[in-house]
Design a protein around this ligand. Sequence first.
Ligand code: DC
Length: 231
Amino acid sequence: MDKRLIIAIDGYSSSGKSTFARAIARELNYIYIDSGAMYRAVTLYCLRKGYIGKDVLRMEGILADIKDIHISFIYNPDINEYETFLNSENIEREIRGFEVSSYVSRISQIPEVRYRMVELQRQIGVYKGIVMDGRDIGTVVFPDADLKIFMTASVDIRAKRRFDELINKNIEIDFEEVRENIIARDIADENRDISPLRRADDAIVLDNSRMTVEQQMEWVTKIIENKINGR
Ligand code: DC
């Protein structure tokens, strides 16, 4: 039972990837990596430096700094979660805000940013025993992943989940704005030239519109057991 897997979870924004990926990682005692947080961290860096903003995109600045952007995930025992750090600063809360969400699609379309993130993601995966979620994990980052899951759920359900998540974090937001942001991100994710969101041929589709996390875990546990036992 000691075969350690690489598990790739891709899918649409707010389809519950991170909740599910976290639950799997906890169950198996694996590392969980939220690759979206890495693109969000780069976006925050660029916003702070003024490299991106309304009608602004300073590519020379982004390209010059990309090697200086250090991202890490540090375990916080108080909340039993990993938090995202940018150059040693805890930015977990800030990267979930509306401003970063509004610009992250633009930043994640830049090839040099993607190359750098993929490089970092592969380094984190060398020892296996990892669950990583994102958009291109099964297609680009780990094309040989042991298990690939492609997650989806209806737009309304995803917007409600995201809305509730933001409200729980005391971030004031209008539901319609959240819904529109999700639709816009779906379009951007599916249509960008580099590493667009698409299901890998060997990924299993999971539509969790009407499933609890427990039901999803029950479903995936059997699949994982078969993988570990080589069936
Ligand atoms: O999963 P998320 O919503 O936190 O991701 C934020 C953005 O980052 C999203 O608009 C798509 C992008 N992203 C990506 O392009 N590739 C990934 N592997 C993960 C996220």
